[in-house]
Write a protein that binds this ligand. Structure first.
Ligand code: UD1
Ligand code: CA
Length: 475
């Protein structure tokens, strides 16, 4: 980020120190993953689009892991020693904001990953134009539980927030809820001292600041926003809901860009994934991490692709797992194939049923169609690997390389004992165990010579018959 772009009139605070008791987990709540990524990172992504002068994250429970996951030198970490509530968390951050006297402080809960940068920008704009002392984002939901409720007076002015736990009587029917996103002028921090923990949780509720600010006669703004940007995560149920919303957002975006999803709710697409136009994604497909798929490819059901680059016009057939690999244009992989890390599959290659490939390169136009294991191998172009071929790459201590040059034909059920090299255009006879290099253009036969014993079967039959007769005579 260039220094020029930084918004010097903005600081951001993300609250991420809570225990997350309701998750019933040993992992800090904000690190629970949504589509393969800690939820806190989504929230930070949205905040970073505002380019604040300072980005403070309040950490506490699982502090070390949280810092490690964020792994960003531009973030300032502030430790809340005890989880005394959101009000206390902001007060702790306030110490790092002492010199920030003019401008706006934006505060977010780290357990609400759906907020977008665009919404935050609009929100900030309204806060500034309307010159509020404090603004917040609210949403309307009759069913959601656990959120603070927004209390307004007859004129519609926000007067306070009452937490769900503390709500009494008619307050329980209020359906305008607090999203946990606030913009405030620095002077609001001075009132944090006035918060009290005299509530059912014994915590300092940040939301009580709203009532305090109102009583001081300062202006408060509350802006309604799409519930699907403000949903927080307190429980596993809410975690799955948030993942569903995010996945739907991502899949819809790819559909707009020209990708067909046969059952959009049943395929999971991580946020860094990219998919080319006119590709077709069947149900129960998981596209994870840094995966990209070229135009016009088809991914059939039950496929998981992780951190992989797939070319154009590629077909990935049912129940295939591909990890940290590349697949070139026009190739077909599966069904039931496993490409383990560092498999580089060229163009127009066929990797068929029950084939496992590991740390290997397969050249353009080569085929390994059935039941093979190719590990630590470099294969050239237009090679045919027969059914059941195995590269014996491991001697119990070390892994060894198999090299197969262009235009080689390996007969079915062959074992290539590495290190070994098969020269260009050579043939390996079916059922061979190859332990020595094969010269270019040669035929290698590495199996016991077949012997045919004429009339053997008839002799055997007669022998069995006479044995049976003898046995009967004894009886
Ligand atoms: C909070 C709001 C509630 C709002 C909801 C929106 C308060 C008192 N209530 O409730 O009005 O509707 O968010 O999602 O603020 N945290 C700390 N230190 C603490 C406690 C919490 O850093 O001592 C962090 C948590 O890690 C979390 C965030 O603050 O990221 C919110 O805390 P949480 O306990 O989840 O608040 P809610 O009960 O959801
Ligand atoms: Ca929460």
């Amino acid at each position: 980020m260039s220094r020029k772009q930084i918004d010097r009139s903005l600081c951001a605070v993300v609250l991420a120190a809570g225990l997350g008791k309701r998750m019933n987990s040993i992992r800090p709540k904000v690190l629970h993953e949504v589509l393969g990524r800690p939820m806190l990172l989504y929230c930070l992504d949205a905040v970073k689009t505002l380019k604040p002068e300072k980005l403070i994250v309040v950490v506490g429970f699982g502090e070390r892991e949280v810092k490690k996951s964020i792994n960003d030198k531009s973030v300032i970490f502030v430790t809340q020693e005890k989880p005394l509530g959101t009000g206390n968390a902001l007060a702790v951050a306030g110490n790092a904001l002492r010199r920030f006297k003019q401008g706006t402080i934006i505060v977010l809960n780290g357990d609400a990953p759906l907020i977008t940068g665009r919404t935050l920008k609009n929100f900030l704009g309204k806060h500034r134009i309307e010159k509020n002392a404090l603004s917040l984002l609210s949403f309307v939901d009759e069913k959601a539980a656990g959120y603070g409720r927004i209390l307004r007076d007859d004129k519609g002015q926000v007067v306070s927030i009452v937490e769900d736990k503390e709500a009494a009587g008619s307050q329980k029917t209020i359906d305008e809820l607090n999203g946990g996103v606030y913009a405030m002028e620095p002077k609001v921090l001075d009132y944090l001292d006035m918060l009290e923990a005299n509530n059912s949780s014994g915590e300092y509720y940040l939301t009580d600041i709203v009532g305090i600010i109102h009583r001081k006669g300062l202006q408060i703004g509350a802006y309604r926003c799409d519930p699907d940007e403000l949903r927080g995560v307190n429980t596993r149920e809410e975690l799955s809901k948030v993942a569903e919303v995010l996945n739907k957002r991502i899949v819809s975006e790819w559909m707009r860009k020209g990708v067909t999803f046969l059952d959009p709710g049943r395929s999971i697409v991580h946020h860094k994934v990219s998919i080319g136009k006119d590709s077709i994604i069947y149900p129960d497909v998981y596209l994870e991490g840094n995966t990209s798929i070229g135009e016009g490819s088809i991914v059939y059901p039950g496929v998981r692709i992780v951190d992989t680059v797939i070319g154009r016009g590629v077909i990935i057939k049912d129940n295939t797992l591909i990890e940290e690999s590349t697949v070139g244009d026009g190739s077909t992989v599966g069904p039931f194939a496993h490409l383990r890390p560092h498999s580089n599959i060229g163009k127009n290659v066929k990797v068929g049923n029950f084939v496992e490939i590991k740390k290997s390169t397969i050249g353009n136009g080569s085929k390994t169609s059935h039941l093979s294991y190719i590990g630590d191998a470099i294969l050239g172009k237009n090679i045919n690997i027969g059914a059941g071929t195995i590269t014996c790459n491991y001697d119990g201590l070390k892994k060894h390389l198999t090299m197969i040059e262009d235009d080689v034909f390996v007969g079915s059920d062959s074992q290539l004992v590495a290190p070994v090299k098969i020269g260009r255009g050579a043939y390996v006879a079916a059922g061979s165990t190859i332990t020595k290099d094969v010269p270019r253009g040669a035929l290698a036969i590495g199996r016991a010579k077949q012997e045919n014993i004429k009339g053997w079967a008839l002799k055997k039959k007669l022998k069995v018959k006479s044995l049976k007769v003898k046995r009967n005579e004894k009886k």
